[in-house]
Design a protein around this ligand. Structure first.
Ligand SMILES: [Zn+2]
Length: 321
């Protein structure tokens, strides 16, 4: 193991905390899972912190048993993170009491290992840009579409951080398809409203689809995807509306940033061809000629992306500050 550099990586999401040991060699990092436990966010920030520390200590035990020497801890967390101090500067009501958590310092004190923290969307983007689908491209615009939409612009392994640590919030830009609709952020007419998973469900109902299935359960995104494939026109239109809106915003963003590649990931990016075709159409409607053929790639790392990104950020602090 001497030739490998080993970092504990923790991904703290709203529902689960995944912990792994990431081994870096000359080729693709290897993710060795340690644990996956419920976040139990409702129990409050201090309790979540206790759980995180327990997982890091378990990873240290596991490494010791395998003769692996750890160099530090990389953490990916929901919420707005100050990457210099590793403190959670803002988290929404899904993680009550998480705001203000001195995550980096607390984990460092408990483990004795140097620790770096970054936002989970940034971690995901860094993982994909540096070691996943974007590998080899000097700059990448990474977009994750699931229950929400997040993104990041990564240039030469550095994430565009912004003055308030929220650069890359591509779900919250103006979008023609959602004109006038209220957004979760308190503004309106933003991309996320029509293009993320819940937006697709709302569109499906608006286009005449039924919110309740025959077995009495509420319809979800995967159900709509199956219906689109089976020829349900409301489902096809709902997916197409999401895809077109995302494509148009990505085209606009390419005019602004001119990335070497776009990387798309998240559950919605697994949608049917209706979504992908509409995305291509929306993109073509906005991208200027020089950027019209920008590569649009599918994420390659899946759930490992934020773990690899967090470990990468530990080794090579990923913010241009
Ligand atoms: Zn918004």
């Amino acid at each position: 193991m001497a030739e490998k550099i080993a970092v504990v990586a923790v991904d703290i999401g709203g529902t689960k905390i995944a912990t792994s040991i990431v081994l870096f060699t000359q080729s693709t990092p290897q993710v060795v899972p340690v644990s996956k436990v419920p976040t139990n966010a409702a129990a409050g920030g201090p309790q979540v912190l206790v759980t995180v520390i327990q997982q890091v200590l378990a990873a240290q035990d596991s490494a010791a048993q395998q003769g692996i020497e750890l160099v530090g801890v990389g953490i990916s967390s929901a919420g707005v993170i100050d990457p210099l101090s590793g403190t959670v500067t803002f988290a929404n009501e899904i993680m009550p009491g998480w705001t203000g958590t001195k995550l980096g310092l607390e984990v460092q004190a408990a483990s004795g290992l140097s620790t770096k923290v970054l936002n989970d969307v940034h971690a995901h983007a860094l993982g994909e840009a540096r070691w996943g689908a974007g590998r080899g491209h000097a700059s990448c615009l990474v977009m994750a579409v699931g229950t929400g939409i997040g993104g990041a612009f990564v240039l030469d392994g550095h994430i565009l951080r912004g003055a308030h640590d929220v650069a890359g919030s591509i779900g919250h830009v103006l979008c023609a398809e959602s004109a006038g609709m209220p957004c979760a952020c308190g503004r309106d007419s933003h991309l996320e409203t029509v293009a993320a998973g819940p937006g697709i469900i709302n569109s499906y109902i608006e286009f005449g689809g039924s919110a309740i299935q025959e077995d009495g359960t509420s319809i979800n995104g995967a159900d709509i995807d199956k219906r689109a494939q089976a020829g349900d026109s409301a489902a096809q239109r709902a997916e197409a509306r999401s895809g077109h809106a995302i494509g148009a915003v990505l085209g606009s963003m390419c005019n602004m940033l001119d990335p070497h590649a776009i990387v798309l990931s998240g559950s919605v990016a697994q949608c049917t061809q209706y979504w992908h075709d509409a995305l291509a159409e929306g993109f073509a409607s906005q991208a200027m000629d020089p950027v019209a053929h920008t590569a649009i790639l599918e994420g390659a790392l899946g759930g490992d992306a934020p773990l690899i990104g967090a470990a990468e950020n530990f080794l090579n602090f990923a913010y241009a500050v």
